[in-house]
Ligand binder design. Structure first.
Ligand code: GAR
Length: 189
């Protein structure tokens, strides 16, 4: 990947759709000295996303788009805000090929499974139903094919006999909060 590092932190947007625990975690990480990125914009596809609260809490600009024929507007905003890197964090919309091309190699996503296993939704249910021994999470580059871009980092988590999809989701999310900053560090260092 083309090096984006300089003296200044790389202006980054985080795209969310829900609770935003990864968003909060990435914002906190971005504030430490060694972080290569700063979070300058939060984009959500819904005003119902609980994570939008972190925009107010951390005084970060937020914008809501419904992602139906709005990608051009989003790209304009990203340009205006000089955004150079995008982190998808619980973002549940699929970006168009054209959008991804404009940020080629500069969009990453966190997915709650050990990709290439269980792309898409209901990853924890699938892992429990299939009696998998391990679940996990993956940070990967975003390409035009869903959940299929090059893997940056992955963390494996043991599934115990007592786990159900809810307990597994909690365990995986905890690891996601470690994995996402580690993946960002890996990209830029
Ligand atoms: C996380 O588990 C993330 O991996 C998953 O949604 C959750 C969002 O939690 N993302 C996907 O399923 C993307 N396909 P958060 O809003 O608390 O960060």
């Amino acid at each position: 990947m083309e090096k984006l590092t300089g003296l200044k932190k790389i202006k980054t947007a985080v795209f969310i759709s829900g609770t935003g625990s990864n968003l909060k975690n990435i914002i906190k990480f971005s504030k430490i000295k060694k972080s290569p990125i700063s979070i300058d914009l939060i984009v959500s596809n819904t005003n119902q996303a609980k994570g939008l609260i972190f925009a107010d809490q951390f005084k970060i600009k937020k914008k809501i788009f419904n992602f139906r024929n709005t990608e051009k507007k989003i790209l304009l905003l990203l340009k205006k805000e000089k955004i150079k890197f995008i982190c998808l964090a619980g973002f549940m919309k699929i970006l168009s090929k054209e959008f991804i091309k404009k940020f080629d190699g500069k969009i990453i996503n966190i997915h709650p499974s050990l990709l290439p296993k269980y792309k898409g939704l209901n990853t924890h249910n699938s892992a429990i139903k299939n009696k998998d021994k391990f679940a996990g999470c993956t940070v990967h580059y975003v390409t035009a094919t869903l959940d299929s871009g090059k893997i940056i980092l992955q963390k494996r988590i043991k599934i115990t006999a007592r786990d159900n999809s809810t307990s597994l989701a909690t365990k995986v999310l905890k690891q996601e909060h470690k994995l996402y900053p580690a993946a960002i560090m890996k990209i830029f260092n």
